[in-house]
Ligand binder design. Structure first.
Ligand code: FPP
Length: 253
């Protein structure tokens, strides 16, 4: 780490209010392709660098006391990419789950897969289950890897589960839908980050993201590090979250 960067990191860290750390951060990890292209490298190389970044960000978030981090690693729409890129991403994800298992466990992290798992290669789901079971009693951050995930698909799947359980129309409530999402114990997303300058949420956490604070940065995902996470957290801490109320009401709470 260069001296400037270390000074910047230390001063950002000093500004951070430990009492206002978001419980759940969602990250749309975008820009791997552009990162690679600007260096004359293959898109796959960009994804490899992106996968490396995950470690830095998860470890730092855990150290800061973040309780949940959802990473958008593969969307239901991403199957439309060239098949060699889809295969490379699946290989990377599988390798990541296996390679990082022991380190994540040692760091006290929990592990969950979110998405339409029945459409994924059984080996990925099996490896994820091993991690989930191994880490289920850990006290730290829960790493929620979103693979073959779509916010609309998650809501559709919740509605199907509710119908299969025999509920009637007048029994449908927001609480019931929330209780039938993937991993219902996960709370709403407080802060949603998207890298690479795109300003969309692209079908990520539609239900839990209803009141997310959005943070967009031009930094490409393979360049997103602990300093960038600190900037996002500070931006979040400077927002006023009103949840439909007015400022004066919040001051009373
Ligand atoms: C978007 O960048 C990124 C993805 C579709 C995949 C995200 C995957 C990773 C970060 C690596 C694998 C993750 C783990 C957890 C092992 P893009 O390809 O759309 O970039 P571009 O818009 O610049 O082309």
């Amino acid at each position: 780490m260069t001296e400037n960067r270390e000074t910047l990191r230390a001063s950002l860290l000093k500004e951070l209010d430990p009492a206002k750390i978001p419980a759940h951060i969602g990250i749309i990890m975008d820009g791997n392709g552009r990162w690679a292209k600007s260096r004359g490298k293959s898109r796959i190389r960009g994804h490899q660098e992106g996968a490396r970044r995950v470690k830095t960000v998860v470890r730092f978030a855990n150290d800061l006391g973040v309780k949940h981090i959802s990473l958008y690693a593969f969307s239901v729409e991403n199957w439309a990419r060239p098949s060699f890129e889809v295969s490379a991403l699946m290989r990377l994800i599988r390798a990541y789950i296996i390679r990082e298992r022991n380190d994540l466990h040692a760091e006290g992290v929990k592990f969950r897969l979110l998405g339409r798992l029945e459409e994924l290669a059984p080996e990925i789901v099996r490896q994820a289950q091993i991690s989930t079971e191994l880490m289920q009693n850990n006290p730290g951050l829960s790493l929620n890897l979103c693979i073959n995930y779509g916010g609309r698909a998650e809501i559709v799947d919740a509605v199907k589960k509710i119908i299969n359980k025999g509920y009637k129309a007048d029994q449908i409530t927001e609480e019931l839908i929330a209780a039938n999402l993937y991993w219902p114990e996960l709370p709403d997303v407080d802060l949603m980050v998207r890298t690479s300058g795109e300003m969309r949420t692209s079908n990520f956490h539609l239900w839990r993201g209803a009141y997310s604070e959005l943070y967009f940065t031009p930094v490409l995902w393979p360049d997103f590090d602990d300093v960038e996470l600190l900037k996002a957290l500070l931006a979040y801490q400077n927002r006023e979250r009103r949840f439909g109320m007015i400022s004066e009401q919040l001051a009373k709470n």
